[in-house]
Each structure stands twice: as structure tokens, then as C-alpha cells.
Ligand binder design. Sequence first.
Ligand SMILES: [Zn+2]
Length: 266
Amino acid sequence: MKYIVLIFLLTALKVHSIELVFYDLDSLSLDGQKTVSTWVKRSLKKTQNTLGPLQQITLPIYLKPQYIAFEPVPWASVKRNNPDGLELHIDRYANLNAFTKDWTLYHELSHLYLPLLPYTGFWLSEGFASYMQNVIMRDSGIISQAQFIQRLNAGFERARLQTKTKQQPLNELSSDMWRQRAQQRVYWTGAAFFVEADLALQKQGLSLASVIKRYQACCRTARSSAKTFIKELDKLSRSSVFTTLYAKYNTRTDFPAVTKTQLNKL
Ligand SMILES: [Zn+2]
């Protein structure tokens, strides 16, 4: 009997624990190494508390420590490979508190829960990460519910403003986002999509995080078309929430009406 219990415990540990593999950690001071490894480990835990276990055995973290930086994480990106990893440009002198309050790592970790989508679907990838970074920070107590609403609303305001000058259909603008510097509209219209999805799922007793958790556990592929991904989420939520919203958002040229009252229900 004891033997069976032990096996169960080991399996459970393996499912939930991901091995973090740091590159260039030794270019930091001993204190810096401790700070950065603690920060990444805790951030991964916070992310998994909201979105469920990430289905990869190792997570490579490529560090690019900077001597002069104006924020704790001035730049970061996902390195798609087998397994996916993160490149983090960091202020080598930032303390644990400053790292913890920075949104960037929660954003990048959220990206790992979705497949790589084509450029026209970047509004989905960036929208998900931009919304989820705030959900993770709220859920883990780094920001309050009031700050959560304020941050989403501020993003939506920036997008509303940019929509006045960048009026292409969202999918087309997504594929030309860098050249046009249209990040605000692309990221935050995408975030509004996931806010609307979360609100609609709530009415069915579900949440976006719970659907993504299922998706990660069963069905996440390395790459996907936006349509296949969206259909999969509908299947998992036994709803038409995602395809209905996708049809409204993919080629839209305006910014959706999302109110603070709606945000407060999240
Ligand atoms: Zn991103």
C-alpha cells in the first residue's frame, strides 16, 4: 500500500514540476543569481496557479543581463523550439520586489500556453498574454482588483486612440504590426476579445483560465492556425463563445465597447 502511495506522489510531482534551465546565470553576482532564480521560479508557480500545469518537462531561460536598464525587464521574448523557452533581458541590479512587480515575465509565460499562430493571428497571442499577465498578477495578490481594472482600461484607452489612425482589419494590421508600430491596437483589441470570452464563459460557470488549462493538458500543439485553435477552445468549453467572438473580431476595424462595470465582473 505504501508503495502505491509513493508512486502516486512521484507522478504528481513530475506533472507539476518543470525543470528550469538557466543560461548565463553565472554572469550575475551570487546574490543576483539567487534573486533571478527565485523570481523566475515563483513567477512560474503563480502562472501555473492561474493557468494550470505547463506541459513541458524543462523550461530554458536565456538570460541577457544589462548594466544599464530603465526597468527590471526591458525586453523579453519567447524562443519557440523543442522545448519552448524564454529570453529575458534583465537589469542585473534589480531586486526581487522590483522583478516581482514587473508584468513582463507573466506575459511571456502566458504565451507558452498557446501554440505559435501565424502573423495574422498575433492579435490572439498578444491579446491573451496582455490580458493574462493582469489576471495572474491579480490572482496572486501583486495588484488589487482596482489596479487590475485600471490597467486593462488604460490599455483599452491606448488602443481606442490608436484605432483612430490604424484602421485596417485587425488580422491585416496584426501581420504588419511592427512596421506600422500598431502594438497598442493589436495587443489590447486582442485583450478585449479575451475579456469578452471570459465574461461569456462565466455565464456558463466556466472561466477562460479553466478552458486554457484543459487545452494545455490535452490539445496544445506547437503550431496552429487561428481557426483550428479557436474551434478547439469551443469544443473544450462546449460552447460557441470563441468562434462567435472570432468572427466579430478577426477583421474588425473599430475598438469594441468594453465598460469598467463589465471589467469589474472579472
Ligand atoms: Zn507578447
